[in-house]
Write a protein that binds this ligand. Sequence first.
Ligand code: GCU
Length: 446
Amino acid sequence: MKKPLLILFFGAIICLNSFAQLSQQARDSINRLSSEDHQLMMKRLGITSLRPGPSGNPSAPNAANSDESKASPYTGLPDPLIFEDGSTVKNAMDWEKRKAEIAGHFDEEIYGQLPKNIPGVTWLVIQERDSLIGDFPVKVKYLKGQVDNSGFPAIEVAIDLTVTTPATSSKPVSMVLEFGWNFPAGFQRPAQVGPSWQEQVLAQGWGFAIIIPTSFQADSGAGLRAGIIGLVNKGEPRKLNDWGTLRAWAWGASRAMDYLETDPNVDSKRVVIEGLSRYGKAALVAMVDEPRFAMGLIGSSGAGGAKIYRRVFGEQVENLASSGEYHWFTPNFIKYAGPLTPNDLPVDAHEMIALCAPRPVFISVGSPEVEGNWIDAKGMFVAGVHASPVYELLGKKGLPTNEFPPIKTNLDSGEIAFRQHEGGHTVGPNWPYFIEWAKRYFGKEI
Ligand code: GCU
């Protein structure tokens, strides 16, 4: 097989399966193609070596730091309320201008530029059926967002989306839109204790939608010449400030929002974007990119999401810039793992939260005992603290304290909420708290 074909082939495979379910041979090929693309980007950046990231295995000799006393105090955290020329942001009008400065850096150095020539999407309802989730009768629509590929027919792209609304509701309902994992047929989901988040949402009279990010952009460097990124680039490698998969996934969520606006069962003014882990990072990018999302539930997003990049605790920029994760970001980001350092970043994660203001954002994380320290709960809390002045400038409330709270403390008095639950790498135990908080904004609907 010729190389572009091979890349398209693997792009397709990765779209269909999650990495862990692939054969060893397929995984090796994905790793090899990812490394080749990573090397190419390094070459174009003029970089010959990178600092290696610490290990996620706590018992490894080079384990990531999990000792708070060694989480060296980061310096030079950019102040979201100071313009680059040193003047102060005094009001909402100033903030609009400052926002453009901040967003410009995230585009150029971290998540990549949103292309100007992204082809259009046509939504098709593939199937519609009545179903029952727990005790709730629902209407489920299976949709495909067909991307116009007339500019480069060799690459086909479609977005998978399901939309579930209460069958009994006579008016448009609030929604949670989740970035969902693509579990292969036969996959055993972990046993559910208590009602699922979907049942909890339905109990409020809300609906939910699930978008499958890997249906339109694979989760690997090997997939970058296929999917929506590959289609826009006509199968060529990325330019140094091109978008990464996080921004591409967020773009898909915006297209899902286009559909939701047309669905008579949905109140598109009240849509929450939610995701966990890498999809928590994507949910934060989607909140920033898409003003139509009313609220964000950002689950265990960690490094590359809501965690301060400069903090030496848990996952580091060096991990994100490696061949296994660099595809989430723009190629330019790689240089912060050598020769530059995270302290050279013109922005930090607190400013991503600030860019969501004044809309409500709930930052969720698990317990270090169960989830581990890789995610860095405190790094995300601190980001919320440093985003709070922006919310306050806009007449809203940020976090109520600068002190990192004990686990299970529900900091939900403002538009930035933070809660560390007792469980592992899931939003699970935080759903009831999120729903109570969100109800203040959405009202009770039953
Ligand atoms: C890895 C990665 C994290 C990511 C996580 C996930 O642990 O280092 O950045 O959030 O995978 O998505 O599950």
